[in-house]
Design a protein around this ligand. Structure first.
Ligand code: ZN
Length: 298
């Protein structure tokens, strides 16, 4: 008959700890750590071993006894991410075990790197030690290594006032009445909206004013996933809308339709805020919303 495997929990422990002597080379390394320095030892071949060893692993020859201060910064050469730290790990949050080649060393040291998340780390990441406040001559005198500061986030906010030009004021006065005021060039006959005083193509003054309907066609659009104070929510759609009778499109929000249904050629109409709430601004137009007409040819 099937039976459950027998399982017993064991703990291997040397009460009071296991004491060993360090020898002169490791002892020097640990003594320097206690004093906040990291040293390596030079081999007869001229390489600097960190952590130091009594014998050159390449040749088996005794090292020279010349100690060289290295780091404290270094470069991660390889690493593995620990998502769930164990009780005896140096950090209680996800971290990396990394091979770190300290500046001036020819070999790499294994230590913990507190990088925040695995994506913040790669071979070549520059790191610096974070020292323990209670150093006693042990590898844990370095609490962990942390990536060097390579970027900062500076808040950017500029508040400024724009004084509307005469032509823009005229256009906004129209918007307050619920009308799009444009103009027609007497030379090229192009109709511009918003209203302007000269033709950008012909360079001549425009005197012919036209009122345009509040319907048009989406010529191009963007789905925006970053919040914007002018938009009610994300994602929102901003679009170039060619008002009927105009020759240049105007930029505006599109609403009242799921973002993924917005398309080029879609027919739209301005949705105006109630007359009592209108000001001299584009916010009089809540957004453009689909009319339901068949799409226009562009
Ligand atoms: Zn013109």
């Amino acid at each position: 008959m099937p039976s459950e495997p027998l399982v017993a929990d064991h703990v291997l422990e040397f009460p009071g700890g296991y004491t060993r002597t360090t020898g002169p080379v490791i002892g020097r390394f640990l003594t320097e750590l206690r004093d906040g320095r990291i040293v390596g030892v030079r081999t007869a071949a001229g390489r600097v071993l960190v952590p130091p060893l009594e014998y050159d692993p390449d040749s088996g020859d005794a090292v020279t006894g010349e100690y060289v201060e290295v780091g404290p910064a270094g470069t991660v050469t390889a690493w593995t991410w620990v998502e769930t730290p164990l009780e005896q790990h140096p950090l209680d949050r996800p971290f990396a075990w990394a091979l770190i080649r300290l500046d001036g060393a020819d070999t790499a040291l294994v230590h913990a790197v507190d990088a925040g998340n695995a994506k913040a780390l790669e071979a070549g990441t520059r790191v610096r030690p974070v020292w323990s406040t209670n150093r006693r001559g042990h590898i844990t005198d370095i609490s962990y290594f942390a990536p060097e500061v390579t970027k900062i986030v500076s808040p950017v906010k500029a508040a400024y006032k724009i004084t509307a030009s005469r032509s823009l004021t005229h256009f906004l006065e129209g918007v307050k009445r619920g009308v799009f005021v444009g103009c027609r060039c007497a030379n090229c006959h192009k109709v511009y909206v918003p209203y302007r005083l000269s033709c950008p193509e012909c360079g001549i003054a425009i005197t012919d004013e036209v009122e345009l309907p509040d319907t048009g066609t989406i010529t191009t659009f963007a789905i925006n996933n970053l919040p914007d104070p002018r938009a009610p929510e994300v994602p929102f759609v901003s679009a170039y809308i060619l008002l009927d009778g105009a020759d240049v499109p105007m930029i505006a929000l599109v609403g009242g339709v799921p973002a993924h249904q917005v398309r080029q050629g879609m027919r739209v109409r301005a949705e105006w805020v109630p007359e009592a709430e209108r000001t001299l601004s584009m916010s009089n137009i809540r957004w453009f919303t689909p009319t339901g007409e068949p799409d226009a040819e562009l």
